[in-house]
Design a protein around this ligand. Structure first.
Ligand SMILES: NC(=O)C1=CN([C@@H]2O[C@H](COP(=O)(O)OP(=O)(O)OC[C@H]3O[C@@H](n4cnc5c(N)ncnc54)[C@H](O)[C@@H]3O)[C@@H](O)[C@H]2O)[C@@H](O)CC1
Ligand SMILES: Nc1ncnc2c1ncn2[C@@H]1O[C@H](COP(=O)(O)OP(=O)(O)O)[C@@H](O)[C@H]1O
Ligand SMILES: [K+]
Length: 567
């Protein structure tokens, strides 16, 4: 079972509740848990408060345990001799409310929203305060905010006072980053024990500010399925494959990149160069003949397989045969960047991955199949090395199967897939990574728009299709068909430039060729792409940067990952 390490694992609200319950089952009490987390949260707050010239702290208190934490924090602030007052929303004095009673015993001034219908007391408090602690809602928020509390949040935001959010900024859905109407704009958020998905997912993540974790003792026997990993420098580093000093180019794998078209030659260049810069040993660019000359004139580090076209911009099924004939030595195949979606190109893709029309079914399988033998004399038909291919299909073929290596499908490859019924049948349970952005994902799902809960969308799709899904956006989500999830939440507009996705696809294929499993290859590709983007931003800024700036920083990004952190 994975060991739970804060900063590596991200929880859902349900998971954190299960962890807390287990701690209680093992003998901890709820007041113990709250005391520990609140101490850590208060310490973060106090380091900021202590730097203010004449601090005065306003603590917003909600009705649940988030408000309970806030009341305990208020006591710590009072004990540190800073002026503090509380403003309580839907929390009435009650004998069994121990955090309330304890705060009251310290004579901390309390105002109640219930007695402040025009919010005059709140406005007064905001004017006389220098710092706000937000304990209105935590992971318990799962419905739209009522108008009265939404107004309280808007007034706090309008005050421009620095806010420290307890666990999550109030208004955030801890599971998916959704905003329930409005949200506290926090300068700091201190998560209780472990971070939650919502801390890393937009739009809510933009309101989290600096994220810290208040330690809480995890139960000894903790074996909750901690299925979500945070992609940070440490976790990304742990995925980097060894690079033996005596390795030769075949040690590091061959990648076939099928990309580009008359209108989009740049995508081929970017994807193939990224595959080469992934550390793979050899990259072959299979691009349409119409762009071969111009591409080969300036991209010298790859070998070429020019593909026949019906006319410039449209491939043919015959091109698939050509790729099949060359695939035997390749450890990964990328198909899609800049291919276009012309009819002939669609036929090409179907034939390439064995989704040919019913009149001529091609046997295609994946490398490693228990049914497919790697053909000594290659004859025809297509299959993935790990695939178990239906016997009838094999019989219907005149020739032996083609064996596909681990596969990445990106961009127009995905747009074409979306037009094919039951495309997933061929790919299910094979070493396949799909890299859709939000729009491509909607097309693949046959929906106008994808749901707001991106982790859930990616997880369900990965499970349904039996492939690894990289759902790209400012927060990229990598979902494995077995339910594992990785989140990369380091938004960086330097990456929001045409061609950035082609680079990611090339990197993913290059890492598959180096032997990484699909889920790991996808995570590392997203990770190193993010580090290269961070270098671009650090060095050049976030405006006016282009995809080749990312490409050129990949070697340095690898060095940062293997030799030390970002400065
Ligand atoms: N070790 C610790 O310190 C612990 C800390 N915890 C804290 O407790 C929080 C979770 O506590 P709760 O489960 O009580 O949940 P919350 O305190 O987040 O809020 C739940 C309360 O808000 C109300 N509510 C929910 N949505 C509302 C809406 N839209 N409008 C008005 N009212 C609404 C609910 O009816 C409930 O009374 C965590 O975020 C954390 O801060 C808990 O996780 C327990 C352990
Ligand atoms: N604001 C952002 N923050 C972080 N990453 C981003 C941001 N915008 C885009 N990206 C990343 O850049 C890449 C863009 O890919 P894609 O949309 O396929 O573009 P293209 O097809 O033009 O290459 C994805 O990896 C995406 O996650
Ligand atoms: K909060």
């Amino acid at each position: 079972m994975p060991k739970i390490v804060p900063g590596y694992h991200i929880t859902t609200a349900a998971q954190i509740r299960a962890i807390e319950q287990r701690a209680v089952d093992e003998g901890a009490t709820w007041p113990d848990l709250m005391a520990e987390a609140s101490r850590g949260m208060a310490d973060v707050g106090l380091t900021v408060i202590a730097k203010q010239p004449n601090p005065a702290v306003l603590v917003l208190v909600g009705s649940g345990n988030n408000g309970g934490d806030a009341l305990v924090i208020a006591r710590h602030i009072k004990e540190a001799d800073f002026p503090v007052s509380c403003y309580l929303y839907k929390r009435k004095p009650q004998a069994d409310d121990w955090p309330f009673a304890a705060a009251q015993a310290e004579a901390i001034p309390m105002s109640f929203a219930a007695d402040d219908s025009q919010n005059q007391q709140l406005q007064q408090l905001l004017q006389t305060s220098t710092f706000v602690i937000d304990g209105l809602f935590g992971i318990g928020l799962s419905r739209p905010l009522a108008a009265d509390v939404a107004h309280i949040i808007d007034l706090v935001n309008a005050s421009k006072l620095p806010v420290l959010a307890v666990d999550v900024p109030s208004g955030l859905d801890a599971d998916n980053g959704k905003i329930w109407g409005t949200i506290i704009n926090a300068a700091y958020t201190v998560a209780a024990g472990l971070t939650k998905r919502g801390h890393h997912l937009y739009p809510g993540a933009a309101y989290v500010g600096k994220l810290a974790i208040a330690p809480f003792t995890l139960p000894d026997s903790m074996e909750e399925p901690m299925t979500t990993t945070e992609l940070n420098l440490a976790t990304i580093r742990s995925l980097v494959p060894a690079r033996p000093v005596d390795g030769h180019k075949d040690t590091f794998g061959r990648v076939m990149v099928v990309a580009g078209s008359y209108l989009y030659p740049g995508a081929a260049w970017l994807a193939a160069t990224a595959a080469a810069r992934s550390g793979a040993g050899v990259v072959t660019l299979a691009c349409p003949r119409s762009i071969y000359g111009s591409t080969a004139a300036h991209l010298h580090e790859v070998t070429y397989l020019p593909l026949p076209e019906v006319e410039p911009g449209e491939l043919t099924e015959a091109a698939a045969k050509l790729v099949h004939e060359k695939l035997a030595k390749y450890k990964a195949l990328l198909v899609g960047p800049g291919l276009g979606t012309e009819t002939g190109t669609g036929d090409f893709l179907r034939a390439l991955i064995g989704l040919a029309s019913s009149k001529r079914r091609l046997g295609v399988g994946f490398l490693g199949s228990n049914e497919l033998e790697l053909p000594t004399k290659r004859k025809g038909g297509v299959g993935f090395g790990l695939a178990a291919r239906p016997k009838e299909e094999a019989k219907a073929e005149e020739e032996g199967p083609v064996v596909l290596p681990p596969l990445v499908i990106d961009a127009d490859g995905l747009n074409i897939l979306a037009t094919i019924e039951h495309w997933e049948e061929k790919l299910r349970d094979q070493p396949v990574v799909l890299t859709p952005h939000i729009g491509e994902m909607a097309r693949l799902l046959g929906e106008e728009k994808i749901g707001e809960d991106h982790p859930q969308v990616a997880l369900e799709a990965a499970a349904r299709w039996g492939v690894t899904v990289v759902l790209k956006s400012a927060h990229t989500i990598i979902a494995s068909p077995d339910g594992r999830l990785a989140l990369h939440g380091l938004a960086n507009p330097a990456l929001a430039t045409a061609g950035s996705g082609d680079i990611l696809a090339g990197l993913t294929a290059g890492l598959l060729a180096q032997g990484l499993a699909p889920f790991e290859a996808a995570q590392l590709a997203v990770g190193v792409h993010g580090v290269a983007g961070a270098l671009v931003r650090e060095e050049l800024g976030e405006r006016g940067t282009i995809a080749s700036d990312i490409l050129n920083r990949l070697p340095l990004a690898w060095r940062k990952l293997t030799e030390g952190g970002l400065k």
